[in-house]
Ligand binder design. Structure first.
Ligand code: BEZ
Length: 221
């Protein structure tokens, strides 16, 4: 059963990422137990010992303090076995100047990749695509992003999305195109003007009835 099929069973209203277990570089990986009440970024990559992926894993390791600050746990996934992951980790430390500080799911039998739709048969029957999932503490899937195999992902952009999602959850606001921390934000269209006056008593800039901007509330979470 794939994620989309599973979601239909689990919830009519939201894409709930189902629990799973698999081997990993930290032993048996039980997704829900490991995630606890944190946000999760799960990112898949085509294979161990590939050049773009090597740079991505080094970049993610260096960003660990940023993930920690936001209450986000990170986990990588490919279809290689644990001993391959462990050998590759040595290369990552040597070439990227940082040791891996997050687990890798060793999805050797493609059980998790199939469940989460991380293999696209038109790309390859056997290789995971370069996908990022952002999953909230309620296990809801909040972002899916898939890149070409030959393009390394921008993990600062993923952090920007997490900041936006956390602002939305905490303050009922959305974030404009290319917005950065501290920029004005947009009151969610679902918030009535009356509710908006209570939420944002200092007011804001109503450029259109549907485009109501206010200063960014205090840092998310
Ligand atoms: C990689 O490094 O994963 C990669 C690079 C070019 C094409 C496909 C994969």
């Amino acid at each position: 059963m794939t994620l989309r099929q599973e979601v239909r069973h689990v919830s009519e209203a939201a894409d709930i990422v189902p629990d799973f277990e698999q081997d990993s570089t930290i032993g048996r990986f039980r997704f829900y137990d490991w995630a606890g009440s944190d946000w999760v970024i799960l990112f898949s990559h085509p294979h161990d010992f590939t050049p773009v992926c090597t740079t991505e894993l080094g970049t993610v390791a260096k960003l660990k303090p940023e993930f920690d600050k936001r209450g986000v746990k990170v986990v990588g996934l490919s279809v290689d076995p644990v001993d391959s992951d462990e050998g590759w980790a040595v290369d990552i430390e040597e070439t990227q100047g940082t040791a891996l500080n997050f687990p890798l799911i060793a999805d050797h039998d493609r059980k998790v990749s199939t469940l989460l739709d991380l293999i696209h048969p038109n790309a390859s029957d056997t290789t995971t695509v370069r996908t990022v999932l952002v999953i909230d503490p309620g296990r809801k899937l909040r972002l899916t992003l898939t890149y070409p195999a030959s393009t390394g992902r921008n993990f600062e952009e993923i952090l920007r999305v997490v900041d936006s999602l956390q602002l939305t959850d905490a303050h009922k606001v959305a974030t404009p195109a290319s917005s950065q921390q501290g920029d004005d934000v947009i009151i969610l269209p679902s918030v009535t003007n009356e509710a908006a006056r209570a939420l944002f008593p200092n007011g804001g800039d109503e450029q259109k009835p549907y485009l109501r901007k206010v200063p960014q509330p205090a840092a998310a979470q």
